[in-house]
Design a protein around this ligand. Structure first.
Ligand code: CTP
Length: 398
């Protein structure tokens, strides 16, 4: 997704500097070119070699080092970067950035760059709560810097308080959000539903299904990474809530209906990846049903078809999990529910369907065009779907 984008990762002299190695590694694994710039103090905590080993790129440690690729043209790094991240950022570096002191390569770059800067503070709780640090952070914030953290927790001093560097994943999400500002779904409102609904039978039992929610979560994350403002309407799943996405939790088909109708009223796109119950118990018993009679009949009534109820100027994408007649059934759903696109998958195929990390789907559009995708990770499937959504959103489609 962000292949070839360039990140400058500034590392300053905090005990949390070793965690920046993990951040550098993760960003590199996602295809980004990571140029690490270390302050002198950072070198007291961790070696440049660690960063060089994970990024496979030279590490900048000294502005006056003539053999360094960037030594003379230090501004080149500032210009080339798509995003600058300072993690961990000490109170000292934050103070320098706030007043524009440029006495090291990192502070020079931050002063020179016109790209977004993310600052992840890490320091002792006393230093963090000090009004001077707070003022400096507020100043950076007002100048458009993104401040991430710090987190509350155990600090190097042994005390517990505010000052821990946030987790690598939180920094990653912020980096992706910055990069996504130029994405092809920038500022679009995308609503995604995920998971399997639960229809209560009595106080303790419900009718559920085997949907893990993974496909819907992948769609939400992929849309976020392309710059969309994402609302994820999810049932209870075992998945962590994706960062940078608004999550609304629902349980039943009826709750999902209400949430989807409300959220999609102002949305550009609705992608229904949830496995919605087709039937719900006619009555919910408000106690635990006892094991008394030999047989027990449950009367079920049809739930509302959510997708069919959504009208208006919104691109509608559905999923069809089928066990037979894949294309015909999916096409029928596309027509009946008036969808723009449907992603059909054969739940009996290996590597596809419930609970897996991969999926093999066939995309069918209104014109009857059928695109069979190979087995791939659900996040990649999501991007294929969104590629089509982007085309549908383009003005030439009006
Ligand atoms: N869907 C919906 N509301 C429902 C049931 C399903 O909006 N009450 C959506 C699903 O989220 C999915 C699409 O409709 O995007 C197709 O769901 P599926 O369960 O495959 O189809 P059904 O319409 O329920 O038909 P059937 O179960 O008979 O195959």
């Amino acid at each position: 997704m962000f292949e070839g984008k360039s990140v400058v990762l500034g590392v300053t002299g905090s005990i949390a500097a070793y965690k920046a190695v993990d951040i550098a590694s993760k960003l590199t694994q996602r295809g980004l070119a990571v140029d690490v710039v270390m302050t002198k103090a950072a070198l007291e905590f961790v070696t440049a070699l660690s960063f060089r080993s994970v990024t496979h790129r030279p590490v900048v440690t000294d502005m006056w080092e003539l053999s360094s690729e960037f030594s003379v043209e230090h501004v080149a790094l500032a210009e080339r970067a798509d995003v600058v991240v300072v993690a961990p950022a000490t109170a000292n570096t934050i103070a320098k950035l706030a007043v524009g002191i440029a006495d090291e390569m990192l502070s020079c770059i931050v002063l020179a760059t016109r790209t977004p800067v993310i600052v992840a503070p890490a320091m002792d709780a006393g230093m963090y709560s000090n009004a001077i640090t707070q003022e400096n952070l507020a100043k950076l914030d007002s100048r458009g810097f993104t401040i991430v953290g710090p987190a509350h927790g155990r600090l190097a001093s042994g005390l517990v308080g505010m000052g821990r560097l946030v987790e690598a994943d939180e920094i990653m999400v912020n980096v992706f959000q910055v990069l996504a500002r130029k994405g092809d779904l920038a500022d679009r409102q995308v609503v995604v539903s995920a998971g399997g609904t639960r229809e209560p039978i009595d106080l303790v039992r419900y009718i559920g299904n085997r949907s893990s929610g993974k496909m819907g979560y992948a769609v939400a994350e992929a849309a976020r990474d392309r710059g969309a403002i994402v609302t994820l309407i999810s049932t209870v799943t075992e998945l962590p809530p994706p960062a940078g996405v608004e999550v609304m939790q629902v349980e039943t088909a009826h709750e999902m209906r209400d949430a989807v109708l409300k959220a999609s009223a102002a949305a550009d796109v609705l992608i229904m990846a949830a496995a919605v119950a087709d039937y719900q118990p006619a009555q919910v018993v408000e106690r635990k049903i006892r094991r008394e009679s030999e047989t027990l009949n449950l009367e079920l009534v049809k739930t509302d078809d959510i997708l069919s109820e959504v009208h208006g100027d919104v691109i509608k994408v559905g999923f069809a999990a089928e066990s037979e007649d894949l294309i015909d059934r999916a096409t029928e759903k596309l027509r009946n529910k008036e969808l723009d696109l449907i992603a059909a998958n054969d739940v009996t195929a290996e590597g596809s369907g419930f609970g897996t990390d991969t999926n093999r789907v066939t995309l069918i559009d209104r014109q009857g065009r059928v695109e069979e995708l190979p087995l791939m990770h659900k996040y990649e499937v999501a991007h294929h779907i969104l590629d089509r959504v982007v085309v549908l959103l383009s003005p030439s489609q009006d």
